[in-house]
Design a protein around this ligand. Structure first.
Ligand code: SF4
Length: 103
């Protein structure tokens, strides 16, 4: 039987675990899957050289996430967040049709 006292003892522990899990997720976001429906719609590829040039003629050689204005990783990071794909990390060598050259 769960007494009120037991419940009160368990509650802070559960909260701490939830916070830890959330922190781990934020720090270690999963890599964006190119097959994700939104990624596919925007032509995201983890390797920019594999961009579908027929479907996305705006792609130009040399473009990649690392040189995109929206890339939020630090210089030299292999992957980083992108606001277009919230909660996921895009490859620095990736590309999608929302590419906007860094100023
Ligand atoms: Fe990469 Fe830019 Fe597309 Fe984000 S918007 S996936 S950083 S090319």
């Amino acid at each position: 039987m769960t007494t009120r006292r037991t419940f009160i003892q368990i509650l802070p522990m559960a909260g701490a675990l939830a916070l830890t899990a959330r922190g781990a997720l934020a720090a270690d976001a999963a890599a964006l899957d190119p097959k994700d429906p939104q990624a596919a719609a925007l032509g995201y590829v983890a390797d920019a050289t594999k961009a579908d040039k027929a479907k996305f003629p705006k792609y130009a050689a040399g473009q990649n996430c690392a040189s995109c204005q929206l890339f939020q990783g630090k210089a030299g990071d292999a992957a980083g967040p992108c606001p277009i794909f919230a909660g996921k990390k895009v490859s620095a060598k990736g590309w999608c049709s929302a590419y906007a050259k860094k100023a």
